[in-house]
Design a protein around this ligand. Sequence first.
Ligand code: ATP
Ligand code: MG
Length: 396
Amino acid sequence: MNNAKEFILCKYGELVLKGLNKSTFEHMMAGQMRRRLKDIGNFDIYYSQSTLYIEPKDENCDMDEAYRRAKKVFGISSLSRAIAVEKDLRAILDAAAGYLPQFLVGVRSFKVEGKRSDKRFPMTSPQLSAEIGAVILDTVPGICVDLHSPEVVINVEVREKYAFLHADAEKGACGMPGASAGKAMLLLSGGIDSPVAGFMMAKRGAELEAIYFESIPYTSEMAREKVMTLAAEICEYAGRMTVHTMNLTEIQEEIKKHADEEYFTLILRRVMMRLASRLAHTRGCNALITGESLGQVASQTMLALNVTDSVADMPVFRPCIGMDKEEIVVTARKIGTYDTSILPYEDCCTVFTPRHPRTRPSLDAVIAQEKRIENLGLLEDKAFAEKAERMIKAYN
Ligand code: ATP
Ligand code: MG
């Protein structure tokens, strides 16, 4: 088709509400998009009028993959593939005839919505819409116009540089641009909940790092690789993250030896929170993220959460706290972590699990139990000193 090429148009979500800061957020979002697409072609990525434009510069750009990736960039509420045409009625109508029918296969009704931000264009939006509607009626057999409940809405937008034609926009990833809200440390297990928690906070603009606690040889190499896979799946949205690994085997054995069984999990959870906070400080993180949901298990009652929170010296974000398991699963499936999460590898929390854990623990009692483990501080120092890290990315 002459003088016409396909773009991806991305409309902002909540960002449009930002005042003076808006351009900072736009700049971040464009930067994210450039990084996501840089290995799949030469794209020009820019923004104006609350729209992020993805313009392919040559034939080698993989537009299908670009669209798939753009759907996972936070800050974008909707996106569509659109044909960009020079702002001339003949060119627009030719493009409509050539480009739009592919979106109208088997469709019975449509309407055209016009928007004209370039007021110098010599037709009003309704006039232009009517002309395009006539072209569609001519080229798509059996279709009719339905202004009230059309199956597909065709959009024509006369903007600064081009006129754009596209069918219904799809929902984007929404949220705030990646890394616009500061860095947070995700406690990432191999379960269903913590990957969802990480995703939810990344969606609000948190830049993620992660810490995974293992218990070699009770937990395996496979369990660790599963967590790395989950991190990569979250990175489809979050971009990249460093995953830190710490070994808690000795600590768990000491807790088992000295504390009453019913306190085992609570003390372990406090160890995790202490080590995670410590790591968070050294990595410039301002919050922790966990996947707890109120009442889901004994260590997730209000009193138990108080016992774990009291060792964290920064905010602990628990975005799943008010969600049912079923809702968490729906999100896990949507973001693509569920199938990995249900792989049957052991988790360090299931090593030495008490038969009757405390559900209404008093903080004083837990602290008294914890004091029985005299070398706990030293063992934590050792686990911290021996930590490892790996950089995880979804794309190059
Ligand atoms: P998940 O599905 O995320 O594993 P869970 O329902 O199994 O959660 P718990 O085992 O009580 O819950 O753990 C609560 C939270 O503590 C987890 O969501 C996670 O954030 C963190 N956590 C638990 N185990 C680990 C681990 N081995 N490494 C890192 N974080 C962990
Ligand atoms: Mg778990």
